[in-house]
Design a binder for this molecule. Sequence first.
Ligand SMILES: Nc1nc2c(ncn2[C@@H]2O[C@H](COP(=O)(O)OP(=O)(O)OP(=O)(O)O)[C@@H](O)[C@H]2O)c(=O)[nH]1
Ligand SMILES: [Mg+2]
Ligand SMILES: [Zn+2]
Length: 308
Amino acid sequence: MHAVAKKSASNKSDLLPGLIVAAHGKHYRAELDDGRLISCVTRGKKTGTACGDRVEIALTATDQGVIERIAERTTRLYRSDLYREKIIATNVDQIVVVVAAVPSFYEELINRCLVAAETAGIRALIVLNKIDLPETVAAEQTLALYASLGYPLLKLCAKQDVAPLRAALANHASVVVGQSGMGKSTLINGLLPDANIREGDISAALDSGKHTTTQATLYHLDCDSHIIDSPGLQEFGLHHIEIEEIAQAFIEFRPFLGQCRFHNCRHLVEPGCAMDDAVTAGNINPRRLKMYRALANEKLRAPRIYAT
Ligand SMILES: Nc1nc2c(ncn2[C@@H]2O[C@H](COP(=O)(O)OP(=O)(O)OP(=O)(O)O)[C@@H](O)[C@H]2O)c(=O)[nH]1
Ligand SMILES: [Mg+2]
Ligand SMILES: [Zn+2]
């Protein structure tokens, strides 16, 4: 479908700089620095380009091109199953984890998002959406733990007022993540009343009338801020993260790491583990230690397929 780029097109001078603003499988949309929107593909079988990437493109038609180069990324948010990595977004400095009381959310997924964020060096904040629903009270209780750890917790109703989030997004490159149905796209729609997200919504609408997001899309908020919408997550595999990194990513563990009886303690069943002591002393919440152990055990049980 796409013409192959001529050889001369890979000359540095012919390449046009741009930003990947939509990624769906191997098909991408890039916004060139001159403002043009281009459909593009990667060369050959290469994949691994993601929304947020700065790229250089060789045009193959006025509105089509091939991605020839990906600039070095400042950050890379990704998840992985046993066999492969899936990049969610690149060059973001903030993750907005969106949860709502209905449909019910998995607390474990929040922890997985936070571990991925901490490991990637990206700041995380949590949005509790749909506060118009009465079921919200129980969700607030669950989320209080994360607020107490220092993760900003914003409570709002995306359908009515997204103002509480606006200030947190200013001057940031953000990505929204969360389970399907939490209201990520509604939130972005509220931030961008005039944006073309609505057109996207219509074309993506299923017969049922649901507007589930199937591709990552970047939206400009202003010249210094943008936000990436992402498809709902069912799983957030962390197979690419080592056990020691998982422990570091539980931020409240940090003061106690290195204080266990065994220097190579994995904080699972070892006697004299400082994390157990910290739970007893009230410095670590037992839910978080349990969550850490579930993630660490999953890592231990997984066969080592990744080359290191
Ligand atoms: N009551 C209530 N419903 C909301 C609110 N925000 C979103 N919803 C509804 O929740 C449903 C899911 O919203 P979406 O924005 O499509 O959710 P999403 O997180 O983008 O879902 P995926 O794209 O599938 O990942 C829709 O029916 C919205 O109308 C809210 O603040 N209150
Ligand atoms: Mg969506
Ligand atoms: Zn320990």
